[in-house]
Design a binder for this molecule. Structure first.
Ligand code: IPE
Ligand code: IPE
Ligand code: MG
Length: 279
């Protein structure tokens, strides 16, 4: 199904208004939290919360793609999450497998490029295979890049980068003086995307929980009090309006920021609006 053709008139108008009036983040990252509490409040097993959370993933991925967001990174499973009860971990892995199998065709048809970050070799073999197949199949897609953070932690990726830099120094490929922020970033698994502009965390928790620690140096943060299974496209629109009211100063003063050249960004948004007008 072509996602743009299934938009209701009301939703399409909402999206056009959003695109015309606010500057969207190029890279949106989400900590999808609160599945367990959502289920417990409903007197359901925690896994039911993860199941319903998948419906939110579907809706947010679609809406992000329709809005023309270029990068969406979802924190689906942290390295620390392996410490959860085995039944929950197994249930989550089954759901992940099911999601990938069920969605890959539709994601591909809608020009989504699948990407992953994390310690992938710690995942069950069949999931590793599904992920590599999905990445290969969608490698040349040019729409939304959907990155699934699986068995991921920010510190793990930083330490891994340090180890690889150490090896390259030893091999004589680089010298210690070459190490700067740009070179360091190029050793991280996130090296194919820009840093996140906006991070949404659901369920009211105000922490990073080891997500994109290096990359979030200047990313804006939005906390939603809804549990992830309740978070749907209208909540995303609300979060995006809030992003528009931020002033990102990157350490500079307000007047320096306001005099900077925004022509390029404006032309990007005009292009996105033109695409929607043609629908
Ligand atoms: C987020 O929901 C999903 C994962 C971490 C896999 P939780 O499972 O953390 O739900 P809460 O935070 O316990 O409610
Ligand atoms: C963060 O949620 C990880 C994911 C959403 C995948 P957690 O529920 O694991 O984080 P803490 O334990 O509340 O910090
Ligand atoms: Mg949680």
């Amino acid at each position: 199904m072509d996602w743009n053709s299934e938009l209701s008139v009301e939703d399409k108008n909402c999206q056009i208004e959003l695109i015309q009036s606010v500057e969207l983040p190029v890279h949106l990252a989400i900590i999808m939290d609160g599945n367990g509490r959502w289920a417990v409040e409903k007197k359901l097993p925690r896994i039911a919360g993860h199941e319903e959370g998948i419906e939110s993933v579907r809706d947010i991925v679609k809406a992000s793609s329709q809005l023309g967001i270029k990068f969406l990174t979802l924190y689906a499973f942290s390295i620390e999450n392996w410490k959860r009860p085995i039944t929950e971990v197994t249930g989550l892995m089954k759901l992940l497998e099911h999601y990938l199998k069920a969605e890959i065709n539709e994601l591909h048809k809608n020009n989504v490029k699948i990407n992953t970050i994390g310690k992938l070799n710690s995942l069950p073999k069949q999931i590793q295979k599904l992920l590599t197949d999905s990445m290969e199949r969608t490698a040349s897609n040019t729409g939304l890049t959907l990155t699934l953070a699986l068995s991921y932690s920010g510190r793990w990726d930083i330490v891994r980068a340090v180890q690889m830099i150490g090896l390259d120094v030893r091999r004589g490929k680089i010298s210690p003086e070459d190490i700067n922020e740009e070179l360091f970033s190029s050793y991280l698994q996130t090296n194919t995307m820009p840093n996140p502009d906006y991070l949404i965390r659901t369920s009211g928790e105000m922490r990073l929980s080891n997500f994109l620690l290096w990359e979030m140096a200047y990313g804006e943060i939005y906390i939603s009090n809804k549990y992830w299974p309740q978070f749907r496209r209208n909540d995303l629109y609300e979060a995006l309006y809030s992003y528009a009211n931020r002033e990102r100063r990157f350490g500079m003063t307000s007047s320096q920021i306001n005099s900077s050249d925004i022509t390029e960004k404006n032309s990007y948004f005009k292009r996105v609006v033109d695409v929607f007008k043609k629908l």
